[in-house]
Design a protein around this ligand. Sequence first.
Ligand code: PAD
Ligand code: ZN
Length: 366
Amino acid sequence: MKAAVITTVGDAFAIRDDLELDRPGADEVLVDVKASGLCHSDYYVATTEIGQSLPAVLGHEVSGVVIEVGANVVGFAAGDHVVACLAGFCGRCDRCLSGRSNLCRNYPAGTQRSPGDRSRLTLGGEAIAQFSEVSGFAERVLLHQNNAVVIPHDVPFPQAAILGCGVTTGAGSAIRSAGVRVGEDVAVIGCGGVGLNTIQGAALAGARKVIAVDIQPTKLELASTKFGATHTVNAADQDAVEAVRELTAGGVDHAFEVIGGIPRTLEQAVEMLAPGGTAYIVGAQPPTSALAMPAANFLFQKTGLRGVFMGSTNFKVDIPLYAELYLQGRFNLDDLISRTIRLDEINEAYADLAGGNVARSMITSF
Ligand code: PAD
Ligand code: ZN
C-alpha cells in the first residue's frame, strides 16, 4: 500500500508504496480512502517533539468506502461511505454509557489493538505507528468500528473528510463544548480549517456577534463572506483584545484560541472575555507551553479557561448531523476545501498551510 511516512521529527513526509495493512480484526473496518485532509495537527506532530512513536503514518481526516468488515462489526457494510474520527470510544465505561463518549475513560486504548497483537500497519514486518487510530495519509485505512461512522452517499468525499476533524473540532467547540446560546458574543482567534468551523458553529447556534480574528486578510474575508462572522479583526494591524472589547462593549462570552503554540494568543482569549466568560484552548499546545496569568483576574472577572479536545464530539451523532445540515444547505463545507492534491504533493501543501494561505488541502488522489 502507498502511504506518507514520517520517520524522524522535522523530516519531510516520505512517500512509500511498500506498507502492509492487516486484514480486519473482529471489530475493524477496512476502508478505501477517497479523501484525506491536511489538518494542522499532523504538521504539528511531524515537526514538534511530542513523544509520538515513529515511524508513523499521520493523517486523521478521512472519508472513503468500506471494503470489508470484521465479524463483530455492526452497522457497516461493504460499499458504505464512511468518515473516520480519532475521537474513538470503548462504548462500555460509565462515560460512554451516559452519553459522553467524548470523555471515554479508555481513550485511546479502547479502539487500539492490544499490546502484543500484530500492528495494523507494518513495513517489512516491522510495526508502523497508526497515528490517532487512523493513519489517513494512505490508500487504505483499517479502523475500529468506534472510529468511523456511515454518512449519506450524496456528500462529496472531500467535504465528508473534513467532518472528521475540522468540523467536529471547530463547530463542536462552539456548539458542544461552549454550548453557545442565542444572543451571546463570540470571538475566534485563528480562522483556519478549524477556526472557520468554530465561526460557523457559533453563527448556527445563534450568537449575536461572531468576531473573527486572524492576521491573513484572505482568511478574514472568507470568515465574513462564507462562514457567518459578523465582524473581523486583523491582529497584524490592531490590538486584538482592544478591538474585540470595543466591538462588544467590554468583552465576549466565549473566546476560542484556534491557532496553537502561541501562549500570547491564549492570553488574549482570556483578556477579551466579559465578566463570566470562558476562553477555550483549541489550538494544539506543545508540552512546554505555559501560561503566566494573574489568577485573581479569573476570580474577580468570574471567567474560566478550558481545554477542548475534538469539540467534545460524540461523533456518531455529530458527523451525520453536520452532513445533513450540509445537504440542507445550512452548513458550509464547500468553501473549506481550498484545493485537492495528490498524496505526493503533501510536503508542498503543508508548506502553504504553514504560510497561512489555505483553509484545507485535501488529498484526493493516491
Ligand atoms: P490553520 O493553520 O489552518 O489555521 C491557523 C490560523 O491561525 C491561520 O488562518 C493563521 O493565519 C492564523 N494565525 C496565525 N498566527 C496568528 C496570530 N498571531 N493571530 C491571529 N491569527 C493567527 O490550522 P487548523 O485550523 O488546521 O488548526 C488550528 C489549531 O487547532 C492547530 O493548532 C491544530 O493542531 C489544532 C487542532 N486541535 C484539535 C483539538 O482537538 N483541540 C483538533 C484539530 C486541530
Ligand atoms: Zn485534525
